[in-house]
Design a protein around this ligand. Sequence first.
Ligand code: NCD
Length: 359
Amino acid sequence: MPSPATHARPAAAPARSGAAPSRHLLGLQGMPASELRRRLTAAWKLQQLAERDPHGLLDVARGRIVANIFFEDSTRTRTSFAIAARRIGAEVVELVGSASSVSKGETLIDTARNVAAMGVDAIVTRTKQAGGAASIAAALDAFGHNCAVVNGGDGRHEHPTQGLLDALALAEAHGRTAGFDLSGLTVAIVGDAVSSRVARSNIAALTTLGARVLCVGPAHMAPQSMESMAPAGAVRVMQDMEEAVGLADGIMMLRIQFERHGDGSASGPAPGAEAPKKNAPIASVREYRAGYALTAERARGMKPGAVVMHPGPINRNIELDAEVADGPRSIVMRQVTLGVAVRMATLAESSGGGVEAMP
Ligand code: NCD
């Protein structure tokens, strides 16, 4: 007969060797500069190894299993984590929210606990709810599962690997990969920052690394309160796009998050659509573009060396003109490439032996 104590103590996943207690990556807010720099340096090291041997598999996570559990749509993030896991030798299990028992009423936490109980080393999760990844991590810790949680985006709250890859791409573009000190650089984050987990993670990382952030957009998308997200003076909210374009060393364009404004549309209105919906975040695409799009004409006012960024998905010719997205200043595809390196480093740390020990 099992003792009552056995019942009280929930069954844990098989213990795995070399595991530290907290290897979760839940957000960048509050992460010290030293920790950001350590993670960026590890990712940069992996990027250089990958460039030297594009088809080589590093085996820092050989034998480990990573589960991708996404309860919200994703193209880049999900694929990037899967590729990153394989490139460090781990196996990937894919679970799609709509095809899982969450659609039968199971909670996120129960789903994650079940997957953890099968013996996975790391769960990468994307949830509609802010705090989703943190709740899963807390539950897995409380029940003794030895499984790291990596936040692949939780509601409007955080998207830490996106923040890291953006910092890495910006640092590379400006020759700051030795030490990742971004002081003296100004980054404009333009558009629907208030709805954006990408903006929150970026504000945290960029300001901690020394950059100044300009949040540019109409007041309901870039409210004054965003200035309180970083130490005084590090974030400035402004409405004048021309001024911001002239100041920035990097311009990060954001998609209007129509699905988070309650109009029910995941992709937003088609270009040229003018009729505002109830609760629509903008009066018209034409008006929004007039104020805040990075058009080809505006891009001509950028500083020498300044780069154009976008986390994707791009709504071409709404927030960003196609010719700018594909033009010489754009590092959008480089962001995507570096995203794999950031996720390799993240998963190596969360599921495997880490990067420091590597050659
Ligand atoms: C973003 C996201 O899902 O948070 N995309 C991404 O992960 N690269 C941004 C967006 O959806 O607009």
